[in-house]
Design a protein around this ligand. Sequence first.
Ligand code: ADP
Length: 489
Amino acid sequence: MYVVMVTPECAPVAKVGGLGDVVQGLSYELTIRGNAVEVILPKYDCMRYDRIAGLSKACDSFWVPFYDQAIHCDAYAGLVDGLQCFFIEPHSHHNFFNRGIFYGHRDDPERYAFFCKAALEFMLKTGRHPDILHCHDWQTGLVPLLLFESYKLRDLSHPRVCFTLHNVGHQGHTGEHILRQVGLNPALFMRPDRALDDHTPGIVNLMKTGIVFSNFVTTVSPRYAQEIRTTTLGHGLQRILQVHGAKFAGVLNGIDYNTWNPEIDGGIPFHYSADEPENKYRNKEALRRRLLLRQEFKPMIAVVGRLDRQKGIELVRHAIFYALTHGCQFVLLGTSPDARISHEFWQLKHELNDNPDCHLELAYNEELSHLIYAGAEMIVIPSIYEPCGLTQMIGMKYGTVPVVRNTGGLADTVFDADYTPRPYHERNGFVFNDYNYTGLESALNRAVHMWYNAPQYFRELAVNGMRTDYSWNRPGRDYLNIYEAIREK
Ligand code: ADP
């Protein structure tokens, strides 16, 4: 099959969070299974250009109609760890993708509306005829609509669209001008069964648009699929997901075992495996040395992730103090684009600066993240909601026991050491239900208690996690089945 991913992120060149990892991991898996995969991205100025091999012009000068003008674009081709990627570069005063950061601008809907149109024009201009267009999150929600309404009538008649919802907390709400911008008549689409937001009159919902016009819609875990269809976690999309329920499913993400694997990881000083996990503890020492923490007989607890409200930052903060007052060390790696949250954590960092058991690294640091996964013994993820979550799966691969809230993909991947009907060898972490301090403590306390008092059992839990297959093997097969089902035959 010939699959083209249209996406705002792809690791490691353009990654903000899990979406980037997923596009990369799934694309590799599909390639290994003998499919042709290409990825189309914006050409951001802040990409990791050092990770692109052979970047060169793939398509000189094409024009993308936008409002009543046309924007001159080039497309570049390059290999990202062997994956064929194309980067769209517009030349206009809007400066769409030269902003120093990926997201967070007021005109994000316009930037990505343009990208959707440009990706389709690029395919048209270069005569690409994929079987499947796989689009990711609201940023690409206009692709299925544009394909259906205009490009199918031109030379892009075959592709069928799979649309993946990575996080419905961000839906791309904007005005109806966005439709005019890409050459569509708003009067035809501002209807409840099309682009109109279900709850706000006059507003276009780009994620909903993608849902309505795609051939199949997935989200990133079965539990989250259930939650967003039936509870307020759908952030208003419940009705439309029920209407389109027959073409909607949750497929649990995988993690890329070429990137995340303690047996071969170039980013950690000591390799180890489920059969020989002993070296994990040498990585813990290395992590302590690197972060100037003291070498003492204490468990190391970590948090890695975006410091977003969704991630349960009040409980993250509480976990730090709980850990430090209960004989543990704590490492946090995270950033926030939100100035208030960022300020809050910088204050916390100053407060804890001289504590020999704690380090807060308020930055994005891919390389340090590998050492943290390898060196820590527990990873805390107290999310309010979590579509899938990769950090618990990465943690488990590195023998780091997850302590998580019972929501979304966390509920689908972490099985409590004490409270689960699952057989013993499938238990791999600690889970709590209520989003409050008591809930968090109920799980963290059991984890710390086991580390101190039943170390053999704790190690077995860690090894159970290491042995569970969270690779792309199964989800890769699931996606191929979906593609096969919707593909034009
Ligand atoms: P989300 O997609 O909501 O951000 P996920 O758990 O799905 O959360 O994916 C997070 C990914 O981003 C993981 O690969 C994690 O290691 C990485 N990550 C998040 N924050 C940082 C950071 N500050 N430095 C390095 N990697 C990070």
